[in-house]
Design a protein around this ligand. Structure first.
Ligand code: ATP
Ligand code: MG
Ligand code: MG
Length: 404
């Protein structure tokens, strides 16, 4: 038997310099930030081949994958996306603000798979179109209205009352496309601030908590959801993720069902982040969906059987999905954000984490530190939420020494 099989094995070794791979399809990722970097980490354990498209030569995801020649160019540059498509079997995204039309064209040509599907990315990348899609599918969302001009914004104020949220339809992240309109007097400034993209208005959601659920979807429609987590934002940027969310079983169930139902309405494979608001009466509204790994799912690397990144790789390569269950009782993730003055300041909490049981540091390899920029994160796990909170305290103190 061995003399028969050995030449085949050796030939396979020659064809695959990396050795045995879990899947022979090459993956191309549009975007090379921290989400791409953590996808590469997961792919690397399975010996999967990944090529990155992003402008910087030293993008976080490129730094840790030296076996491939990456592409330098914008992830919304049609020619560059085509160049990437020419080198891989499956295209995926780590950011939704990509050229969805060229993805659709590539998908239609049939040679390269696109996951999640181009139409999914297209619907989600425009928050207004995304809201229309969700509402049409019976998913609960806050009231909203299109605001093509200042008159429409004024009308929105009359309809929703103040404050309400004026939102960019496209290219939004970390709250940068949002403006809280507190009175009629704010409208002019709000529209000037958000003048780069078309806008829509959303009724204010006086939530008691924000929740998030990661859902992974196979191309055949199978979905699996991760535990419901609570997200705490600071200046509209994710600060803490508490897993599992400390809310009633009823709210947990409702959030999970809404998240799964929402993801079932899309096509293609991959991981999705579903952000939600819990209202005073326990009602849940879906805020927005990300068609990619999400900040609220970083904790899955240390706290779940299979990380969001590995399950994304499994999903887009049509491999069996891994368990999404937590393997520890409790976990909290804290983001390391850049400060305006020095890199040193953002590493202070990391130094504290080195002294903390159950803490894992992730730094993204970003060369420049800017205020509010996501530089890394720390995940803490433990035997109980109380223990995790206790372990977190000195790390939080290193981030904000002024808060006791
Ligand atoms: P992300 O970085 O998550 O992509 P984003 O820029 O797309 O953020 P949103 O998720 O729309 O922005 O909003 C950011 C935050 O602003 C939300 O997490 C929530 O705290 C708050 N927010 C958004 N919409 C509303 C609303 N209608 N009412 C009250 N608060 C809101
Ligand atoms: Mg968003
Ligand atoms: Mg959001």
């Amino acid at each position: 038997f061995l003399p028969f099989i050995l030449p085949i094995l050796l030939q396979d070794q020659q064809n695959n310099p990396k050795g045995f791979r879990m899947n022979n399809q090459k993956v191309g990722i549009l975007g090379g930030g921290q989400l791409g970097r953590m996808m590469v980490e997961a792919a690397s354990r399975l010996n999967l081949e990944v090529i990155i498209l992003d402008a910087p030569e030293n993008a976080p995801a490129k730094q840790i994958e030296a076996t491939q020649s990456h592409i330098s160019g914008a992830f919304n540059d049609a020619a560059k996306i085509r160049e990437l498509a020419g080198k891989v079997d499956v295209l995926t995204v780590e950011i939704e603000h990509v050229d969805a039309q060229v993805l659709a064209d590539i998908e239609n040509e049939g040679k390269v798979k696109v996951h999640p599907s181009a139409s999914t990315v297209k619907v989600i990348q425009d928050k207004f179109v995304q809201k229309n899609h969700l509402r049409a599918n019976g998913i609960p969302v806050a009231a909203y209205v299109e605001t093509p001009n200042s008159n429409a914004v004024l009308e929105a104020g009359k309809q929703f009352g103040y404050p309400f949220m004026l939102k960019s339809k496209t290219l939004a992240y970390d709250g940068r496309g949002n403006y809280v309109v507190k009175s009629e007097a704010d409208i002019k400034c709000a529209m000037e601030t958000l003048s780069k993209t078309p806008l829509y208005a959303e009724k204010w959601a006086p939530f008691t908590k924000e929740l998030a659920v990661m859902v992974v979807r196979r191309a055949n429609g199978e979905v699996r959801s991760y535990p419901v987590v609570e997200t705490i934002h600071k200046n509209s940027v994710c600060h803490l993720v508490i897993a599992p969310a400390q809310v009633s079983g009823e709210v947990l169930k409702k959030a999970q069902v809404i998240a799964e139902n929402a993801i079932k309405t899309f096509t293609g494979a991959g991981i999705f982040g579903v952000e939600m608001f819990v209202m005073k009466d326990g009602e849940i509204l879906l805020n927005e969906i990300a068609p990619r790994p999400h900040n609220s799912g970083h904790y899955t690397i240390e706290a779940c059987d299979t990380s969001q990144y590995e399950n994304h790789m499994r999903a887009i390569l049509d491999m069996p999905l891994g368990s999404t269950a937590m393997k520890v009782p409790a976990s909290i993730m804290v983001n390391i954000l850049g400060t305006s003055d020095s890199m040193e300041l953002c590493y202070r909490p990391c130094k504290e984490a080195l002294l903390t049981d159950g803490a894992t540091i992730h730094l993204y390899g970003k060369k420049e530190c800017r205020a509010g920029r996501k530089m890394g994160h720390i995940t803490i796990v433990g035997e109980s939420m109380m223990q995790v909170q206790k372990r977190l305290k000195p790390i939080l103190h290193a981030i904000e020494p002024e808060i006791e």
